[in-house]
Structure formats: C-alpha cells, structure tokens
Design a binder for this molecule. Structure first.
Ligand code: ADP
Ligand code: MG
Length: 230
C-alpha cells in the first residue's frame, strides 16, 4: 500500500482565548498535495485551527509538525520564514495592498523573497494569464470585482509555489458562479504545483470538491485517517 507522506500534522492541539476554549484537542494529518476541507458550524474553531497550523497563533498545548519537524515551538522569526517560504494564504476578502496594482500585488511575495522586480513581474504576468485576469493587470484592488480580487489573491498565494495553501472561506464573499470559478482555479493551481490545500468552508458543494472532509465540532477535530491502521 502506498502511504502518502504527511506535509502537515497536528496532535492534540488546544487553544483558549480568556475563558473560551476554541480548540480542545485537534489531531490531524494532511498528505503532500492533499485537498482537505475543514467544515463545522460558525464558532467551532476552524479559523483558530488554521491559525495554529500556520504558525500565526501559538497553541496552548499540542504539537504542529511540518514535514515531520516540530514547528510550533520555533521562534517568531523562524515561523515567519516558514510561512513565507512554504505557505500561501487566501482569505474571505482578498486583503490586497491598495497602493499596488493587481500585477504588483501578485509579484509581491517573490520580491519579498529576494527576486528582482522585473522577474517577479514577469512571473506575475504568467499567473494573470493563467487565471484569466490579465485585463486587470494595472488595476488597483478597489477597481476589481470580488471574484477578480479573489483570483488575484489565489495568484498571490500560489506564485511562490507553497507546499500548503491555507484558504479560510475563500469563496465566502462571492456569489455562486464567481465562487465556483475561484475554487476551480485554486484547486487546479494547487494540483498543478502539488500543493496541499486546507480549505475552510461551510458550503457543502465546496467541501465536495476536496479529497477529504475534516469535521470540527466544539473545538474538537476527529481526523479518522489518523487513527486507522496503515
Ligand atoms: P470558526 O472559524 O469555526 O467560526 P473561530 O476559530 O473563529 O471559529 O472561533 C472559535 C471560538 O473562539 C469562538 O467562540 C470565538 O468567539 C473564539 N475566538 C476566536 N478568536 C478569538 C480571539 N482572538 N479572542 C477571543 N475569542 C476568540
Ligand atoms: Mg472562521
């Protein structure tokens, strides 16, 4: 039997905010290139889980592993570096830099990683074409439709060839048609570059596009694959 290697793992993660226990024991494992939907009611701890996995939040207890290496106890500098080098992010609202054009927003992650502006912009042009938004190249974020903005956000997340894309309700602010297009482009791009996706959604049709669905209930995550004998 082929066993896909885990790109991201967590054991028994807990996280509280004051008196609210947002996560109460989350254990899961995501394989290289796997598209996993995280579903659960509002307030069940989905975003907190994502933020702990991505190193944006430090869990109170438990461990986070990236390619078998513990990463939750790294210094803030090392975690920032890990996010920049290995992860991509797509949020519900595109969170683009208003002072930059769509093209410059997409190129930004490469510039931050030390690529020349010229080469970063050339790579951005490829992504603009691939995602069908080359006509938006010189527009500012406020001049984009919701769907166009999310396509720019997908391009920005993918341009640095991340190992994992964290997508928290990426189609949550879009109508059905625009949402389906953004989701298709995100999944297609991730498949092409063998990136795993953690896709938080409350939409069943969105979850149906994933390889696997992980349920979050009251801060508890049951990832059945973890407990199954291999
Ligand atoms: P979801 O993404 O599933 O809607 P969250 O992870 O955002 O759930 O929230 C889980 C619980 O933790 C909720 O009760 C929420 O109110 C609480 N929570 C999340 N973030 C914070 C925070 N920064 N400060 C205080 N409480 C928070
Ligand atoms: Mg959330």
């Amino acid at each position: 039997m082929m066993i896909a290697e885990a790109v991201l793992g967590a054991t028994n993660l807990s996280k509280s905010f004051n008196l609210t226990a947002a996560l109460r024991g989350a254990t899961l494992s995501i394989s290289e290139g796997e598209i996993a939907a995280i579903v659960g009611p509002s307030g069940s701890g989905k975003s907190t889980l994502m933020h702990c996995l991505a190193g944006i939040l430090t869990p109170d207890s438990g461990e986070v592993l990236f390619r078998g290496r513990r990463v939750d106890d790294l210094s803030e500098t090392k975690r920032t570096q890990l996010r920049r080098d290995q992860y991509g992010f797509v949020f519900q609202y595109s969170q683009l830099v208003e002072e930059l054009t769509a093209r410059e927003n997409i190129a930004l992650p490469l510039v931050l990683r030390g690529k020349s502006r010229r080469r970063a912009l050339m790579e951005a042009d490829r992504w603009l074409q691939r995602l069908g938004i080359d006509s938006c190249s010189e527009r500012r974020p406020s001049q984009l439709s919701g769907g166009q903005g999310q396509r720019v956000a997908v391009a920005r997340a993918m341009i640095s060839r991340p190992a994992v894309v964290f997508a928290d309700e990426p189609t949550g602010s879009l109508d059905t048609a625009a949402g389906e297009l953004v989701l298709s482009l995100l999944i297609e791009s991730a498949r092409r570059h063998k990136a795993a996706i953690l896709l938080v959604t409350h939409d069943q049709t969105v979850a149906a596009r994933a390889d696997r669905v992980i349920n979050v209930q009251d801060g508890i995550v049951e990832d059945r694959v973890m407990g199954r004998p291999l």
